[in-house]
Design a protein around this ligand. Structure first.
Ligand SMILES: Cc1cc2nc3c(=O)[nH]c(=O)nc-3n(C[C@H](O)[C@H](O)[C@H](O)COP(=O)(O)OP(=O)(O)OC[C@H]3O[C@@H](n4cnc5c(N)ncnc54)[C@H](O)[C@@H]3O)c2cc1C
Length: 397
């Protein structure tokens, strides 16, 4: 089978690697040239590290990917000043985490794909698709079209493939906007921790400081798109306000910004229902595989690459790439993450109320089991919320 993959981010490179290893002919079409930047918080959760191990990019007992900072703890600060400092939860994929600039991570991932046998074509802007009974034709700006048996839409948000297939845009309430900037010259109080801040004055936005090696950090804020529009907020200004608040400014004191503030959309898994067409699948952000509570999507992009590859190998064995042949992809994604996304979408409302966040953090400090539940939920691992977490939110017990 010949698979054309549009976009060589984590989803595209992961799918390309698994497919090439399974013997498929793979063409990766990427509009940029590597190394290229991608606006992100650069945080790799334990689930991302687990997927990087599956791909063979990092060894199980080795450090983070090249250029990254190992993360062993979380530092969560609530509006009322409750702070949770805890080790990364070992029960969630072994608890290994890291922060790696996407400029470095994505290059390593694409090299893995080409090493596995995928052909990378850089500087290729895909403009559309045409399906017929024999295959798919991918049109490319200023170049020859690419003919393949199947196309994987891994072109992020917004996605040309998604649009060409006629899938609806993400509604504002199922999407966020986030901005980030790099700092250098920092002496962070927790240089090995993901620091997340819910400031009462900035809610429902939240801010993060994710440490990088050599006194650098990725600093950003994010917010649901409908809330942003309703309040008429400009996120670069919100980032400035976050950086000037007492807790963040204490961390950032003495540091300088490097480069400019950049932002991007985040489509949420609460609206991830349009995944499968004849001869086409959507993966990663193009499908909306982002945890609506945390904005994390790298792990789901990587894992959707694995699930898509497994589905295509099975479909080839079953004799075709029709929508019916490819339908198991939807089931696989649902079992692994979209179900949890929908639940997290409901929980997102908790993180808009200062008192409820305070309750939850207070309770997580008192009870290891609440802390474990919170970690599972935040990492998109819990398919349902148990009574213990509900009591923690409602009553702080
Ligand atoms: C500010 C911000 C902070 C974030 N922080 C985190 C975090 O800390 N941790 C986390 O896990 N996730 C985070 N995310 C989400 C994460 O960035 C995405 O979920 C992830 O990048 C999705 O990977 P992907 O491969 O699906 O898409 P992308 O990484 O967007 O890759 C898509 C690729 O397709 C290419 N492409 C696009 N259009 C075309 C075209 N027409 N033709 C050819 N190529 C094309 C692009 O150049 C790109 O290389 C954050 C997002 C934002 C915006």
């Amino acid at each position: 089978m010949h698979v054309a993959i549009v976009g060589a981010g984590p989803a595209g490179s992961s799918a390309a690697t698994f497919l090439a290893r399974a013997g498929a002919k793979v063409t990766l079409l990427e509009r940029a040239h590597f190394p290229r930047d991608k606006v992100c918080g650069d945080g790799l959760t334990p689930r991302s590290l687990w997927m990087l191990e599956e791909l063979g990019l990092v060894a199980r007992d080795a450090g983070p990917p090249a250029g990254g900072q190992a993360i062993s703890r979380v530092y969560l600060a609530s509006p009322g000043g409750v702070v949770v400092k805890a080790p990364m939860p070992a029960h969630v994929f072994g608890g290994r985490s890291a922060v790696v600039p996407r400029e470095l991570l994505d290059q390593q991932l694409v090299q893995l794909a080409t090493k596995a046998g995928a052909t990378l074509r850089e500087g290729v802007m895909v403009e559309g698709l045409a399906l017929d009974e024999g295959g798919v034709t991918v049109s490319v700006r200023g170049g020859e079209p690419v003919r393949a048996d199947v196309v994987l839409g891994c072109d992020g948000a917004p996605s040309v493939v998604r649009k060409a297939l006629g899938a609806p845009d993400f509604p504002d309430e199922d999407a966020a906007f986030a901005v980030r900037v790099y700092y250098e010259g920092l002496s962070l109080s927790h240089p090995d921790a993901y620091a997340i801040f819910w400031e009462g004055e900035l809610l429902p936005a939240y801010g993060w400081i994710f440490p990088l090696p050599n006194g650098r950090a990725n600093v950003g804020v994010g917010l649901r798109t409908d809330r942003m529009r309703k309040a008429g907020l400009k996120l670069p200004e919100l980032l400035d306000r976050f950086c000037a608040m007492p807790r963040a400014s204490a961390e950032l004191a003495g540091g300088q910004r490097v480069g400019r503030v950049r932002g991007h959309h985040l489509p949420f898994g609460t609206f991830a229902r349009h995944l499968v067409w004849d001869r086409c699948l959507l993966l990663g952000d193009a499908a909306g595989f982002i945890n609506p509570l945390t904005g994390e999507g790298i792990e789901f992009a990587l894992e959707s690459g694995k699930l898509a590859a497994e589905t295509l190998v099975d479909a080839e064995g079953a004799g075709g790439f029709s929508r019916a042949h490819l339908a198991p992809y939807e089931r696989r994604c649902s079992e692994r993450f979209t179900h949890a996304f929908r639940q997290n979408g409901k929980l997102q409302r908790v993180f808009e109320h200062p008192r409820l966040i305070d309750n939850l953090m207070r309770s997580a400090n008192r009870s290891q089991r609440v802390l474990d539940d919170l970690a599972s939920v935040l990492l998109g691992e819990a398919p349902r919320v148990g009574p213990r977490l509900v009591a923690a939110v409602a009553l702080g017990v």
